[in-house]
Write a protein of this length. Structure first.
Length: 404
């Protein structure tokens, strides 16, 4: 006797990144794979003190069920935070979620029907593909150039799209930031359409030299869904994110999340609100930016030192990731076992492509969790592997790359 599973359950796929994380538990492994924030950045003392205060003064409310939309003061804080970035937001347009990954799942639940066309960047965030795939969309890749994804919506499959999913700030996996001019082009193109903008913004606060352009959602009121998270600026273990969208969309998302988990932890919401009201981000963000910038610089220096001339990379201006392009003919997935044998982990780029033929010569590196010394050791090993690979040849084609 066996249990018959739903057709939807077959569309849930494993994450190669999560599988790689298991390998990183091996002694001596240097992981440049997972998009984990640096543990040194977690504000442990501030959270400990805030937790004690919340339990001393708000224990009954913090340990009780709460509203599915999230507690009102935290929603008001998010609305004010977004308004300061140019996004017209009210608390009624905010839903507090259990991490922004839940927000992506809720987007899929309320926007995607089987066969709906979903436009995505090429490459795009793997977690979004995993969240949307169970709802059986048709993914269509967007072309792009150095300014970001191109808003060419003339083709029939694009005109009929239900939504476009974009990560304009320090995109995962490439680290690319969409320019202000390209954002304006997207706003103009979408304004006359029925395509919803889903803007994912987990890395926007992690800039190095200056903030990115204002969110694209600021130019598309009433037509955009903006996702944010506290995972990258406080701690992913808190599992706290948010969605800003029109009130009718928030209402549908609230009903959808009630069927899943009722609400986000009351204790976590009040704990985070306490540290936000204390102004923790004013001290926290400069420290994280300085930490990641130093680690990015260490990776860039090591790449320049150890990589063969045939390997190219971008220079991210924020975020946690750097995108490497090997020469055509190289296979990053096939080379990964050689890297793992030297105790170095990375993510082959094929994991981040939704449609079409994925180039096999790309890979994502994260500089967020490794120390500068570890980064240098890891890049030295990778440089030796990529230099010794016999089928490496000069890159060809029209795909934009950025020289290191």
């Amino acid at each position: 006797m066996s249990i018959t599973l739903s057709q939807r359950s077959a569309r849930y796929t494993t994450s190669p990144i999560r599988e790689l994380l298991k390998l990183t538990e091996q002694p001596g492994m240097i992981s440049l794979a997972g998009g984990l924030p640096a543990a040194d950045s977690f504000p442990v003392n501030a959270l400990r003190a805030a937790c004690a205060e919340v339990l001393d003064t708000q224990a009954h409310a913090a340990l009780q069920y709460g509203p599915s939309e999230g507690i009102a003061p935290l929603r008001e804080w998010v609305a004010a935070h977004l308004s300061a970035q140019g996004v017209a937001a009210t608390a009624d347009e905010v839903l507090i979620t259990s991490g922004s990954q839940q927000g992506l799942d809720l987007v899929g639940r309320v926007l995607i029907d089987p066969g709906s066309t979903v436009l995505v960047e090429r490459p795009t965030y793997l977690g979004a593909l995993q969240a949307f795939a169970p709802y059986a969309p048709q993914f269509v890749d967007l072309d792009e150039d150095a300014d970001g994804a191109l808003p060419a919506l003339q083709a029939a499959t694009r005109r009929d799209a239900r939504m476009v999913y974009l990560q304009p700030d320090f995109r995962n996996p490439t680290g690319q930031t969409m320019t202000a001019a390209r954002r304006a082009q997207w706003a103009l193109a979408l304004r006359d359409s029925e395509i919803a903008l889903v803007e994912d913004g987990p890395y926007g606060e992690l800039w190095f030299d200056g903030p990115p352009p204002r969110p694209l959602a600021a130019q598309l009121p009433g037509q955009s869904i903006l996702l944010g998270t506290f995972s990258k600026v406080l701690s992913p273990g808190l599992r706290l994110g948010y969605v800003h969208a029109p009130q009718d969309v928030i209402a549908r998302m609230t009903l959808a999340r009630q069927a899943a988990d009722l609400q986000t932890s009351s204790l976590t919401q009040r704990l985070v609100l306490r540290v936000l009201d204390d102004g923790l981000l004013d001290a926290q963000l400069p420290r994280i930016r300085a930490l990641y910038r130093a680690q990015r610089d260490a990776m860039l220096a090591a790449l320049s030192r150890y990589m063969p001339d045939t390997v190219l990379w971008d220079v991210p201006q924020g975020g946690m990731f750097l995108w490497l392009r090997l020469p055509e003919g190289a296979d990053a997935a096939a080379l990964l076992p050689l890297a793992l044998a030297r105790k170095v982990a990375y993510v082959p780029g094929t994991a981040f492509y939704a449609a079409g033929v994925a180039p096999r010569n790309t890979l994502r590196l994260s500089y967020a969790t490794a120390t500068p010394t570890q980064i240098e050791t890891a890049i030295a090993h990778l440089g030796q592997i990529f230099s010794a690979t016999s089928h490496v040849s000069a890159p060809r084609g029209d795909t934009p790359v950025f020289a290191g």
